[in-house]
Design a binder for this molecule. Structure first.
Ligand code: CU
Length: 256
């Protein structure tokens, strides 16, 4: 009786947990991003917040991944509301500017919200989870948040399921409240240069470039996808050792 019920419990547990990971595949590195194509999401001019700025993305010369320039300012109080998160959400923000209408994170590989993104293994994160992969924002009063990084899993090619065009950028407080948002639109250029992006870089000179991401910079400069099985192993290990904090984090992430 006792062994049977224990076995039933284990089988039941396996059946419960398995579907969370069963459909997930690691995000592939995007290698065919078009040269000279630039997308930018500019936060809306809302009366409800002073948060403004933009996130710009364009392919590097070899077309592998996208170089992101993040330039945001006017955050709410860091102590009360930070650190802040930002993601690519699947739906565009409608003309009424309602950030909730942006829907969930861009997640074409059905990764889901659990477990939380492990920044050391970005291929296992939701592709839209920019702050999960590249660091949450710790705002310093009076200073813009300016960072630049390469994300290997997003695309400016409309044929890709990781395409960012006409999707929304949403910035959240730490409890998931959507502060501001804006849609990724193509920025037109004559020729193939990235003058606007270069100008954005130049304008960032002298401002703070967050160094908190330095520790994880290695994976960004060297695209080394881990074996597909490693995520499942790690997920299984972590499933066994979920702390209340992790579960809470996952629940909060689920609500974003
Ligand atoms: Cu979000």
């Amino acid at each position: 009786m006792r062994p049977t019920s224990t076995a039933s419990l284990l089988v039941g547990l396996a059946l419960t947990v398995a579907p969370i990971f069963a459909q997930f595949i690691e995000a592939p590195i995007i290698r065919n991003n078009p040269s000279g194509v630039v997308y930018r999401a500019t936060l809306l001019n809302k009366d409800t917040t002073t948060l403004r700025g933009s996130v710009t993305a364009t392919a590097p010369p070899d077309g592998t991944g996208l170089v992101f320039h993040v330039n945001l300012r006017g955050f709410p109080d860091e102590q009360q509301f930070g650190p802040f998160m930002y993601h690519v959400h699947v739906n565009p923000v409608p003309p009424d500017g309602n950030c909730t209408s942006a829907g969930p994170h861009l997640d074409p590989y059905n990764r889901g919200e659990v477990p939380p993104c492990d920044a050391s293994r970005p291929a296992t994160c939701q592709v839209g989870d920019l702050s999960g992969k590249h660091g949450a924002i710790v705002a310093i009063p009076g200073e813009p948040y300016v960072v630049k990084y390469t994300d290997f899993y997003l695309s400016t090619n409309p044929d890709s399921n990781a395409f960012i065009g006409n999707r929304a950028l949403v910035v959240h407080t730490r409890n998931g409240t959507r502060i501001n948002c804006g849609n990724f639109r193509r920025v037109e250029f004559s020729g193939e240069d990235n003058d606007s992006v270069s100008a954005l870089s130049a304008s960032a000179t002298g401002t703070r470039v967050v160094s908190a991401l330095a520790a994880s910079a290695v994976y960004r400069s060297t695209p080394t996808p881990s074996p597909e099985s490693s995520f499942f192993t790690s997920a299984a290990v972590r499933t066994g050792g979920f702390s209340k904090g992790v579960v809470l984090t996952a629940l909060v992430a689920f609500m974003l």
